[in-house]
Write a protein that binds this ligand. Sequence first.
Ligand code: SF4
Length: 355
Amino acid sequence: MISSRSFAKKLIQWSAENPRNYPWIGERDPYKIWISEILLQQTRSDQAKNYYEQFISTFPTLNMLTNSTEDEVLNLWKGLGYYSRARNLYQTARIIQEHYHSKFPNQYQDILSLKGIGSYTAAAISSFAYNQAYSVVDGNVIRLLSRVFGITKSIQDAAGKKYFQNFAQNLLDKKNPALYNQAIMNFGALVCLPQKPQCNTCIFKKNCIAHTTNEISKYPSKSAKLKIKKRYFHYFLVKNKHGKIPIRKRTESDIWKHLYEFPMIETEKKHEYIKSNTELASQLGLQDNTDFKISKLGEKRHKLSHQELMINYYLLENVAFKPKIKALFSFVKPENLVNFAFPKATDLILDYINT
Ligand code: SF4
């Protein structure tokens, strides 16, 4: 088995010979590292790059982020998904402003205590910004370590996770934690891939237990298959003679919390909602107001990590707004909708309005 010293040395050497060209590589500002790591949590590097550049040019400092509104941050996040990342980012910036006088904390435990920051992100910030010896451990790192060292421990229980955390920490090059962490992140993302690892050209091919025993599929221990929940949404673009469009902010503990949406109904089955104009009006809060015209704008399937949404889009015309709908919604001129953060799933309606 390869020694921890040679493992780290080979990795760092490989990284120097295979540099990656992203704006956050080599960054020492903890604020910018934090933004990049949050963006990268669920997003591919190529996609994250554009968002990172836009985010940093809009909010180059933590103070500028705290001087903004949550809606502005959510608007910049549009299309990336996992909006809780943006909400946490905004809240955490305010906490840093309040508790650390707008200076990003420099102790691992303080960083880890911040909302939206787990051990991986805390280790990345601590090592990249302050060269502190904390090893990053995520799915890529676990896959690489389990294969090279033949570790069959499951990562689904706390004991397995702790084992990998300790194992990775022992391998870390304590003198060069930033270089080592960047190298292991890059190697897991570029060479030791989940489905098609590049074993033929891999620097560990002679030492890697998974490769030398021809048992790559055994590592890491398989996780249980994710259960995808199907949901049926029906969105309504509601129009009346005044031209303002009703929207509402999602406040429930559900997907897209704090984003805006058009009046909607969720049903158990695909075509369940439309029994009569009276019922539809009641569900949307349009009581005594059934003399409207309905037409379908389209339908779409929208995939999230744990959910699959089947969405129908409709146009309701000639709607008179009664008191109940006025209380439920904000009424916005079409040209001002751009100031509100909507989930990407409502683009079909926004595109319709803009054409
Ligand atoms: S030899 Fe293959 S499985 Fe082993 S570390 Fe390299 S790429 Fe991964």
